[in-house]
Design a binder for this molecule. Structure first.
Ligand code: SF4
Ligand code: SF4
Ligand code: SF4
Length: 422
């Protein structure tokens, strides 16, 4: 039987992921009761939402603790293993790779190299910077405007900008056929942010310094650490630099068993010259294991000399299960506002109400906060998308739960405003 050129464990995972997405899409089409939440497991949305929470005290868009946990899974996977999300989970990456194989079959695919490759690689950091800046300053996910995955799975949801998303889709499809992984290498902000996490010490050092400056009460916009991280990750990517010992798992070549047949280099989706490296430190390597799969010499290629090619699949399954369990252990409010001093807030009563159909995202939470701000005796709210809940702080001298319920359900025209402390 002909030997597969792709790591079979990885291929099976990619097929299962795309199969699940197709199944959810078909189910959503034939059943009015079923709403497929294709965003629920997007780590990039979770990372932006958490950054928005740290900087503004509000979660971006309609993100919940599941996306935030998936963001954490992405970080741990990148730091410890490699870009496992890209290699195994991301359907855009899988489809780009398969389209690239079609391009090879038609003999039309090229690998961009040299100066053009170096310049183009900067684009994804620019896109990451713009996306992050807009998402954090507006608490709405800007990536939804153009994300090829979200536009297709949501059937061009109203949040999608049709022109931007169509351009992105055209680039994904034709870019993959004619150029090696064009979207992934040059434009994908998840790839850019993964490279930032990959340089772990630098990421921790710069973000730690930034939050220390804020704790000390000094004003400094987040755009500075973000810009520095983007520039450094770009430079590090160009020079294949690593923060030793991260990532902990790497492809290693044993020179004594290697016959320099070059099959590994030819099979690498990112065209990394594996056959001429002893340890693969290239930022593009996502530990797919395809090079190990094609190597004819036993033991010539391995993950950390002993690891097997099923290790990345096992790692991502364990990490996702751990992430889902972790997501049940905490809950961050979408909007958290308090309009009195901390001392006064300690004296307030609280009232929690669930099933509020109007609390669906950051925008609707802000409208709810504006409405509650106008009620006498109410001094704070926190909204949670899970169970569409709100926690309300009130002064029992001026308000009670019946009055609060009546106020919540009374119609009102509410201007969206910044709510000052009373
Ligand atoms: S680089 Fe982006 S599009 Fe490509 S596989 Fe990774 S996350 Fe998906
Ligand atoms: S495929 Fe194996 S034997 Fe061939 S060059 Fe690569 S490591 Fe060496
Ligand atoms: S070097 Fe090997 S593991 Fe890394 S991307 Fe290339 S084929 Fe995959």
């Amino acid at each position: 039987m002909k030997k597969l050129k792709t790591n079979p464990y990885r291929l099976a995972t990619q097929i299962v992921i795309i199969g699940l997405l197709v199944f959810a899409g078909i189910k959503a089409l034939i059943s009015n009761q079923y709403v497929a939440d294709f965003e629920a497991y997007c780590p990039f949305g979770g990372i932006q939402a958490y950054a928005s929470f740290l900087l503004n005290n509000s979660l971006a868009c309609n993100m919940t603790n599941i996306q935030i946990s998936m963001g954490l899974v992405l970080v741990v996977a990148v730091v410890v293993f490699s870009k496992l999300f890209c290699s195994l989970i991301c359907p855009v990456g899988s489809i780009s790779e398969w389209l690239g194989k079609l391009g090879d079959k038609w003999k039309v695919r090229r690998t961009i190299s040299g100066l053009s490759d170096k310049i183009l690689r900067s684009l994804k950091y620019i896109l990451l910077f713009i996306t992050f800046y807009i998402s954090v300053t507006t608490s709405e996910l800007f990536c939804k405007w153009f994300c090829p995955y979200f536009s297709v799975t949501s059937g061009f949801h109203p949040d999608v900008d049709i022109i931007m998303a169509t351009i992105a889709l055209v680039i994904v499809i034709f870019g993959s056929i004619f150029f090696r992984l064009f979207w992934c290498k040059y434009l994908c902000p998840i790839n850019a942010i993964s490279n930032i996490f990959r340089f772990f010490y630098i990421f921790v050092g710069i973000t730690g310094t930034y939050f220390l400056i804020r704790i000390l009460g000094l004003e400094l916009s987040f755009i500075w650490p973000l810009a520095i991280l983007c520039v450094l990750a770009y430079i590090f990517e160009l020079h294949s630099l690593n923060n030793k010992p991260f990532p902990l798992f790497k492809i290693v070549r044993d020179q004594s068993s290697c016959t320099s047949c070059q099959l590994c280099s030819k099979s690498c989706p990112h065209a990394i010259p594996v056959a001429s490296l002893n340890v693969v430190r290239d930022a593009d390597c996502h530990l797919c294991g395809d090079c190990i799969q094609v190597c004819p010499e036993k033991g010539a290629l391995s993950i950390n000399r002993s690891g097997k090619k099923w290790l990345p699949v096992l790692a991502i399954i364990v990490l996702i299960i751990a992430g889902l369990l972790f997501s049940r252990s905490f809950e961050l409010p979408t909007v958290f506002e308090q309009w009195a001093s901390q001392e006064d807030m300690q004296e307030m009563e609280t009232y929690t109400i669930s099933g509020l159909k109007t609390i669906t995202c950051y925008g609707s939470s802000i409208v709810f906060a504006s409405h509650m701000y106008d009620m006498e005796g109410v001094y704070g709210i926190a909204t949670y998308l899970n169970n569409q809940r709100a926690k309300i702080w009130y002064d029992a001298e001026y308000a009670d739960t019946t009055a609060i319920r009546e106020w919540i359900f009374s119609p009102a025209a509410i201007p969206i405003q910044n709510l000052p402390v009373r």
